[in-house]
Design a protein around this ligand. Sequence first.
Ligand SMILES: [Zn+2]
Length: 425
Amino acid sequence: MKQPLPGAGPASSRGARTPASGQRVQIADRQVPLALVRRSPARYTYLFAKARSEDGCAYCMCQGSQPRMPRLVIRARAGRFHLAGWPDEGSQHAHHCDFFKLDGELSGRPMRGDGGILQTEDGTSIRLNVPLTVVTAGQVTASLDSPDSPEAAAARRAIGLLGMVHFLWEEAQLNQWRNARRTQRHWHVCRTRLQGPLEECSVNGQPLAEALYVVPVFRRTTADIHKAAFAQFQERLGEQEGRARRGLLLGEIKNIQPSTYGHRIALRHLPKGLFASAKQLERWKRSYAAAFSSAAGETACRIALLAVEQRPRSGVLKVVDAAFMLTDRNYIPVDSSYELRMAEALADASRRFIKPLRWDRSDDVFPDFILTDTEPPTFVEVYGVQGRASYEIRKRIKQIIYQRQGRTVIAWEVAQEMPSVSLHK
Ligand SMILES: [Zn+2]
C-alpha cells in the first residue's frame, strides 16, 4: 500500500527544502539541477542509463565542480530512476546538501554489512529483529522472516526498533535543523520527508511502504483517503492459514491511559487506539527513560515506532514491541531534558545543527549536537549527570579526545547557566 499523499511526493517535498534549491548533480557528462531530476526523472532516463553503464554512479556538485565529487547511487525502482547518497559516504557532502549525513565515528549507524541494513543499487533492505510474520497454528509461534540460510542470517545482524527509527530519521535528515526562520517543523513535514525512505526500503522482505504506516495529519479534506489507507493497512494484518502478519506504526504519542484491555496508547491524528500490558509499559519506561520522564512535557514530543498484531474477531491492535524517542518541538531527537533545553536554545538562536543518533548502541562517544554553521563544525556537549564516577570518566575521555582533535566545543555544565549559543556574540 502506498500511502496517498496528494501533491507531496518526495520530489516536491525535497524541492521545498532550503537551501538545496540551487543544488546540481552530474549525470553522465551533463550537469543538471537536482530539483528537476527529482520532479521529472523520466526526462533523464537516457542519462541515467548512460551513467549507470559508463560511470556506475552519478556525482553531487554540492561542493562545486571538483576532480573528486561525492558519488551518488542511481537506483531503479518501479521503472523509475532516482538518486540516493552513496552508502557510508554521506559526510563527503557539504553540510547544506540534501545527501549530507553523519557517518563513520559520528553516527551509531552499523558498519557496512554488519548491522541489518543492506544498501544496493536496487534499494535498501532492512533486517528488523522483530518478526513481521509469525506461525500461530498449533500454539507454537515461530518467525517466518528468515529466508537466509542460518549462516547468512548469522552474518547479517538485525536492527531493533530504535535503530530503525534512527535510520529513518537520518535518511529523511530529520535529525538536522537548518531552518533560520524560527518556524516550527510540523509532523506533516516529517511524514513527507519519510516518503523517500518508505519508497526505496524493504523490511524483512516486505516493501516498507506496505509494512509501515506513518500516521498522516488529520485534515477534513483528506480524512476519507487516510481512513481507507489505514483500513487497507489493517486488512493485511491478522491470521490466515495459521500465519499472522504484523504491522509497524510510526507516530507521535498523544497519551497512554489505563483501559479495560490494559493500557491504551493513543497516537496523535489516529482515532484507533493501540493496546499494551502493564508489564510492557513498565519495561518501556525503564528502557526509554527519557521519553517517559517529566521532560516529555509541554514542548517536547514523543515518537513511537510500534510493532502491532491484530486480535482475531475483535480487531483490537495489540502492541508486541515498541521503541520511543523523545524529541524537541521540531522533532529533533534529544536524550534528556537538558538536551531538550539545548536543542530549543539552538533553534531559537537560528543555529544550523545535527543531532548524532546512537541507533541501538548506547556506549559510543558522540557529541550531543554538532553545529554546522561554523567551519570547522562546533561540538556541543551537555554535561547533565554529576557525581557519578563512570560518567565523570567518560566526560574526561571526551574532553581529551576533543582537545586532541582541536575541536571547538560549547560545553554546558547543567548546574551552571547555559552558555551563549548565538553565532554572533
Ligand atoms: Zn552533495
